[in-house]
Design a protein around this ligand. Sequence first.
Ligand code: HXC
Length: 520
Amino acid sequence: MSIQQDKIKELVERRASARMGGGQKRIDAQHQKGKLTARERLSLLLDEGSFEEFDMFVQHRCTNFGMERQHFDGDGVVTGQGTIDGRLVYVFAQDFTVSGGSLSKTMAEKICKVMDMALRNGAPCIGLNDSGGARIQEGIDALAGYGDIFERNILASGVVPQISGIFGPCAGGAVYSPALTDFTLMVRNSSYMFLTGPGVVKQVTGETVTQEQLGGASVHASRSGVAHFAADSEEEGIATIRELLSFIPQNNLSTAPELPTSDPVSRTEDILNEIIPDSPNKSYDMYSVIGAIVDDSRFFEVHRDFAKNIIVGFAHMNGQSVGIVANQPKVLAGVLDINASRKAARFVRFCDAFNIPLVTLVDVPGFLCGTQQEYGAIITNGAKLLYAYGEATVPKVTVTLRKSYGGAHIVMSCKQLRGDINYAWPSANIAVMGADGAVDVLYGKEIKAETDPERQAAMAAARKQEYNDLFCNPYQAAQKGYIEDVIEPRNTRFRVIRALESLRGKRQELPARKHDNLPL
Ligand code: HXC
């Protein structure tokens, strides 16, 4: 064998050894827990044969606690570039088989390198996290490593999409970095997010809690809202990340890929002419409306299990990727509360940052009132959504289906918040509040003063009728130019698409400033 062949053999062997991460025993342990390895995850995520690995031979430099005797090529993270549906992405996948995927300074350098490349070359960055957080043996070096990563998360925010998959027990910095990214996905029963694990919680607070109770997918996808997606398996989670990417652009200077469709632009849906119940207190399912108007009825929902009173997600309309925001009358009558406001505000801001037009479907009775909401800062949280819509410069098309009352009317992409094209169905009521509340405020004392119950009921009914005649229709708003047109529900798909097409060249600027001061 020539010297050259010897060297090539060594390279092949070194690569093979690096690909083993923490060794066969730990890989087996990972599989026994029903988890994939970092490399297996990447091979599912990326187009076949597209992965190019960087820094495969990098090793940590720690000499504390006997770490100088524990070296694994590549350390606890696999990094590189690849493609998804032919589009360039940068990736890192933490390797739990090496010190529980905990972050060393050199691991941080590897991650920062691909984040820098993503930012420089305008491509999404996807992190697959499976890590116990800062590597304890490295002390401040590991913390500094997280500081370096967080700074890059922040600088890349709104410039390139950042997506986090959580594929194991993630603690400390391994959850704060995902929290700085645009979307976080968890896997039910095998992934966890917490500041610190149950063992440390027991030490510090005395609380006994399981990983699932502390930070399982059920907690974060439905209660805290930290996770945008919860999948039943790692394979499903990775497929979800691939699908998500199909709706979003490479960076803030480009637009999302078009998805040609054979679904006719002029498709009418008679069912929409029937969908609003006669009684204002009866609900209907907003998903039916979304399904009826988007291309091929395909809706990719974000935050499906969190704040279900508002629906957000992506779809295509005549091939163009759009962000849909819609009140859900079936849940809490579609009221806006703290969580719904936070959820929708974050989504609106993502769409605005990445040039994705917004389609808003309104049926909202108002903001939820009461001490619980006030103590939780519904004012500040509601203001987030107001702010998000008001600052957004992407095309904004709004359709009011039924109720649009009070502050919630203003918040939900009204004309005064620079809504571009605002339509209403004939069933729309655009007013300060519903008839019952309004009559009580305006005539409550007068009506209560009437002692004869029959005359009292007649007085209330007459006042409500008067109020309904004036406000419980879209025409007062239409007469004043607050909406562009009252449209027949069955034509909604066509009208929204035509509006979106007319807005493709929209240009709108914000005043120069260092940055805004979004109410947080
Ligand atoms: C070094 C770590 C580690 C860490 C885990 N390991 N976390 N090594 N530093 N942070 C090692 C374990 O010693 C073990 O090594 C292997 O990884 C697997 O861990 P296990 O505990 O056996 O696995 P499991 O039972 O699944 O529990 C996983 C875990 C738990 C829940 C993540 O390990 C844990 O609670 N770790 C500590 C988490 C934590 O508190 N991190 C906070 C860091 S502070 P062996 O050799 O035995 O296999 C931080 C601050 C950043 O990140 C800044 C934020 C703003």
